[in-house]
Ligand binder design. Structure first.
Ligand code: SF4
Ligand code: SF4
Length: 215
């Protein structure tokens, strides 16, 4: 399970950095290395392209895991180079960006958009969203397949009527989530669940910011 990210358009990144003459670049050795959006190769490429625009790069690093507490120690090691930069360009997931902002106190700018929590499929490099952390899980009634993220319309009581030979009417390259749910429940002899009407989603359970105290 990883945080899936993609590059922000370069113009957007350059706009962020407009007032920064010197920049320190930070990638992550975990998720963004796997997705090739913030590993060593991508950080070095970013360094090169920013240098071409006239920016001074005071340094760079790839933190082993930017979203954990140990990131603080890694950042300390590069303290001078980080502090001498006007700002930090971060090539990690949004969690990492927030961590680095908190640990360094420097202006931080994300080079990436965090798009979802995903799972790698059997095709290498293909990731698909598995959960939107909606706070009101319905997997018990859907054979363990999430309709919130797998159905293009997020239907809780599907299918929509447009499914065609098991494919989705919105995206014919993907399997219809509700056909998959039907087949899974049928295989398990639990098709009675297919008739269970799901009430409207209780989105209040997923209000943001999420907060919990573990006792
Ligand atoms: S129903 Fe909600 S919590 Fe359950 S898998 Fe789907 S998005 Fe995640
Ligand atoms: S075809 Fe299936 S997956 Fe696509 S929107 Fe309709 S119910 Fe959802």
């Amino acid at each position: 399970m990883i945080s899936v990210t993609e590059y922000k358009p370069q113009e957007e990144v350059l706009e962020f950095l407009e007032k920064c003459q010197s920049v320190y670049i930070i990638g992550c050795g975990s998720c963004t290395t796997i997705t090739h959006t913030g590993g060593k190769a991508e950080v070095l490429k970013m360094k090169e392209s920013l240098a071409e625009t006239g920016k001074e790069i005071t340094g760079w690093m790839v933190i082993p895991t930017a979203c954990d507490e140990l990131a603080k120690d890694a950042l300390k090691e590069a303290g001078d180079e980080i502090q001498s930069a006007d700002c930090l360009l971060i090539m990690t997931c949004a969690f990492g960006v927030q961590n680095i902002a908190m640990f360094t106190g420097k202006p931080v700018f994300p080079a990436l958009n965090t798009i979802f929590i995903g799972k790698e499929q059997t095709t290498p490099g293909l990731f698909s969203e598995v959960c939107r952390q909606c706070g009101d899980c319905v997997l018990a009634w859907t054979g363990g397949i999430c309709p919130v993220v797998s159905c293009s319309k997020g239907l809780l009581n599907g299918p929509c009527g447009g499914t065609d030979e098991g494919k989705c009417e919105v995206d014919s390259d993907k399997d219809c989530a509700w056909t998959m749910i039907y087949n899974r429940l049928k295989d398990q002899g639990r098709l009675d669940l297919f008739d269970k009407e799901q009430p409207p989603k209780h989105y209040q359970s997923g209000t943001r910011p999420g907060k919990i105290t573990i006792q």
